[in-house]
Ligand binder design. Structure first.
Ligand code: HEM
Length: 846
């Protein structure tokens, strides 16, 4: 029975969980194809506001140095895109100008500036000349009395006066209602509201005065902006009515301080200089501004000489200078000093306490947030699909992960960072990324992650495949490459291959004779198993043997990916799921078997040069005896290596053969072409031998094409990065796991024509090979950790394939059509056919 309190607890925690899931989903819900610009780390609530100094453009510039020319910031909850390069500016103000153009009232501005741009601006020529002359007189008067001139003030009142006359019809100088109210506009909320009301009353009066005098276009007098707008209002009353409020808003737009800056070429054509913006929303007042500025500047430099005060050099303070001995206050201050501080208010105790507590809270959360969000500032991570808490991206992997990863890579790019639980996993899905990992930076990508079950099965990772990168791995890998899998050694097993493939043909022939359906998958599994058994152990251990049973359990255990391997806090499950015990039992059984094999080999003691063909155990024991002092090889190492040859060699070699036969049976035309080639090369011979294979170029093309479409290990064996690095411009942290999706690469339409089709012809006359030099085709991996068993595997597969198509014709049982052949894939590290390949074979009559 569940108590009421339990029920409540469950209900409450479920609701909490659902609430947070909902919140998380909402905040992590980018559309799948979205690739957001980089964002500097943000604080809760205020977003990136804390990163803006009072000179915003400067803080944004330094952020852009770190996060690139296009950044996505959050001003509180408002999303703000910051463009800091000419390219980005062109995108916004030219290429995508239309959709970036949202702001109202442009038609009125166009009436004021564009339609009659030069004419209208020209009409204010008198105003400009009068006002600039007044400015010169003012400076001259001050110069004569040797008083310091605040040049910024002088220029501000020039533009102020020009604009007032042009917009409102007369000047409103300092001390006027208009000027004072304007000064309040950059203040804080309540002050702005008060100022807005005051300004509204002022403009109301101005509009009424203009209405009374009613001056119109064509009256022959110089119209100010209010005249023009009222005229526009009257004329367009029925078509597009504009209200008094709109007129007031437009008038307010003309704030004098906008109009005194130096500009070079800025008319919106060159995106490296767009001081006025560009495109549809570019400033319509360029001409207006430029004529005032140019005239003012011309008069200033014409009438005065400039030098710095107290003989200072220009570099010391760019902003201070003297006109006729008069000190000038910095330009920069004039343009940013509109915020006037209100009088300090008395703070009550309760206010003080609230502020203190909220500051403490703020600092506490800031500290927490900083600790959890401490990426290095320059970190540029590869794109990641949205992930769930705890499980990361595990839910996005289907039972055939290479396919789900391929479709994710189509959305997120050739280099993605996923999280399998808490483990970061880099997924490479392009030839370029594969080259970076397995060639250019192979050394630091050569470690293997330590998987606990594999470690129990392979004597604590003393095999080649799972051994961590280091001296031990180097030694045993070189033993494998030089002594077990070298070309010469593989050649020495030719007899084994020829015998075993002939036995396979006999077996199928017997089944043909009794008109039985042939399970080709079984036949091919026992072929590769028997070849590797004879080569590694000296004799076959078939169905029912201790070895076969223990090995089957190995296969199952290696295919299990326990959740606790990826989610550390689930480690407690390890005690209950029984996996460790199961792995230990299988390892002990296998160890007992291998111990017996080694002892048998020790007794017969066959050595290099004895004349007989040596198996892997012979070779390794021989090596142990000869190199005992220099490179000691323990029995456990021998067992781990031999076991590895089975684990890495049997399934993969059989899978490659199975897919090749499957594709040939699905494509009768290609099967026919191959049979013709093989039968022609074989001629009158009853049995094909390995020498014949050299003349079968189509057979080799079939093998390559099959490995392209169906790489037996589609994600290769995972690797682990040993130090921080950068791949294709992205920063990858040390200890990140790495998977290369060779399945996706060898179906990449930018590399392969008709990538989904089985077309062996594509390899005829093409150099591309699978031996790790061409990164568009690497079913065996490449570099230091690349497969050392290529020659061995290809020798078995090519001979078996040639013999099969030489001796038999195949069709599907029960008259099934080729299209009905089930080609679904199994799961696991090695991907073979889910259902066995069943065929009806008939002996070819020569
Ligand atoms: C068609 C057959 C085969 C395929 C597709 C295949 C594929 C692979 C792949 C993809 C890797 C990992 C490469 C990497 O991480 O870059 C690998 C590693 C390995 N393969 Fe194969 N393999 C095949 C046959 C064999 C055979 C027949 C043997 C031995 C008899 C063998 C022994 C190994 C070993 C020992 C490694 C580990 C290398 C290391 O980590 O240093 N493979 N193989």
């Amino acid at each position: 029975m569940v108590s009421l309190s339990h029920l409540w607890a469950v209900l409450l925690s479920t609701s909490l969980f659902l609430f947070f899931l909902h919140k998380w989903r909402r905040s992590n819900s980018p559309e799948p194809r979205r690739r957001l610009p980089l964002s500097p780390p943000k604080l809760p609530l205020i977003g990136n506001l804390h990163q803006l100094s009072s000179a915003q453009h400067r803080s944004l510039q330094s952020l852009s140095h770190r996060y690139g020319p296009l950044m996505l910031l959050h001003f509180g909850k408002v999303l703000v895109l910051i463009a800091s390069s000419a390219e980005a500016a062109r995108e916004i103000m030219k290429n995508h100008d239309l959709i970036f153009s949202n702001r109202p009232q442009l038609s009125i501005a166009s009436r004021l500036f564009y339609n009659t741009r030069t004419k209208r601006v020209q009409s204010y020529c008198r105003v400009r000349e009068e006002e600039t002359s007044l400015m010169v007189d003012k400076i001259r008067k001050l110069g004569a009395s040797s008083k310091p001139v605040n040049l910024s003030d002088v220029m501000a009142s020039l533009t102020n006066d020009v604009i007032h006359r042009v917009v409102l019809g007369k000047k409103y100088g300092s001390g006027s209602d208009f000027k004072e109210t304007f000064a309040e506009f950059d203040g804080l909320d309540e002050r702005v509201e008060r100022a807005a009301k005051k300004m509204d009353r002022f403009l109301e009066v101005v509009i009424e005065e203009h209405r009374v005098r009613e001056r119109r276009e064509g009256d022959g007098v110089e119209l100010d902006f209010v005249d023009i707008l009222l005229d526009f209002q009257r004329e367009n009353a029925s078509r597009s009515p504009i209200e008094d409020d709109t007129i007031k808003a437009v008038v307010l737009e003309f704030r004098p301080e906008r109009f005194l800056r130096m500009r070079i070429d800025f008319r919106g054509q060159h995106f490296d200089l767009t001081s006025f913006g560009a495109g549809r929303r570019g400033c319509p007042g360029i001409t207006f501004t430029v004529v005032v500025d140019e005239l003012a500047l011309a008069k200033l430099v014409h009438n005065f000489d400039f030098r710095l005060p107290n003989g200072a050099k220009m570099e010391l303070n760019k902003f201070d200078f003297v006109i006729d001995g008069i000190y000038k206050k910095p330009f920069a201050i004039c343009f940013s000093s509109h915020i006037s501080l209100s009088k300090p208010k008395m703070v009550s105790l309760s206010h003080f306490l609230v502020m203190l507590i909220s500051t403490c809270f703020f600092l506490f959360f800031l500290h927490k947030w900083r600790r959890s969000h401490s990426p290095k500032p320059r970190t540029r991570l590869p794109p990641s699909p949205p992930k769930f808490p705890l499980i990361g991206n595990l839910h996005q992997l289907s039972s055939v992960p290479h396919r789900s990863l391929q479709s994710l890579s189509l959305r997120y790019g050739p280099l993605m960072l996923l999280h399998f639980g808490e483990v970061p996993v880099l997924i490479a899905s392009s030839a370029e990324a594969a080259r970076e990992i397995m060639k250019n930076q192979d050394l630091i990508f050569s470690n293997r992650p330590q998987l606990s079950i594999a470690s129990r099965l392979f004597y604590n990772n003393r095999d080649v495949s799972f051994a961590p990168y280091g001296e031990y791995w180097r030694q045993i890998r070189s033993i494998c490459v030089l002594h077990l899998l070298s070309n010469k050694r593989v050649q020495s097993y030719r007899g084994v291959r020829e015998e075993e493939t002939s036995l396979m043909v006999d077996k199928i022939r017997r089944l043909c004779a009794s008109s039985k359906t042939v399970n080709l998958s079984d036949v091919m599994t026992s072929l590769t198993n028997d070849v590797i058994c004879r080569v590694a152990l000296g004799k076959k251990y078939g169905l029912g043997s201790d070895f076969k049973e223990a090995f089957a359990e190995f296969g199952v255990l290696l295919g299990i990916l326990p959740l606790w391997e990826y989610i550390p806090w689930l480690r407690w499950m390890r005690r209950f799921d029984g996996l460790d015990k199961r792995a230990d039992r299988a390892a002990t059984k296998m160890d007992g078997f291998l111990e017996t094999v080694i002892q048998e080999h020790r007794v017969r003691e066959r050595r290099e040069g004895d004349g007989g063909e040596l198996d892997f155990v012979d070779i390794l024991l021989d090596f142990q005896r000869e190199n005992g002092s220099r490179t000691p090889v323990e029995d456990e190492t021998i067992k781990a290596i031999v076991l590895d040859m089975f684990a890495a060699g049997t399934d993969t070699t059989y899978t490659a053969l199975e897919w090749a036969m499957t594709e040939l049976i699905r494509n009768p035309e290609i099967m026919k072409t191959l049979q013709n080639e093989v039968r022609e090369v074989a001629g009158n011979k009853d049995e094909i031998d390995e020498q014949d294979l050299e003349k079968m170029s189509y057979l080799k093309a079939v093998m390559k094409e099959s490995l392209r479409l169906h790489p037996p290990v589609p994600l290769l064996v995972p690797r682990e990065l040993t130090q921080d690095t950068t791949v294709l411009g992205y920063d990858i942290a040390s200890r990140t796991r790495v998977m290369t999706n060779v399945w996706a690469i060898s179906r990449d339409p930018s590399l392969w024509k008709y990538p989904e089709e089985f077309r062996p012809e594509r390899f005829l006359g093409m150099d591309i090979d699978f031996r790790g030099l061409h990164f568009e085709l690497t079913p065996f991996g490449a570099g230091r950790r690349g497969c050392p068993g290529i020659t061995f595997a290809v020798a078995v597969d090519e001979l078996a394939l040639a013999k099969l198509v030489h001796k038999f014709n195949f069709r599907l049982p029960n008259g099934a059509k080729m299209e009905e052949l089930n080609v679904s894939e199994s799961n696991g590290i090695t991907i073979h056919k889910k259902c066995p390949l069943l065929v009806v074979a008939t002996s070819h009559v020569f």
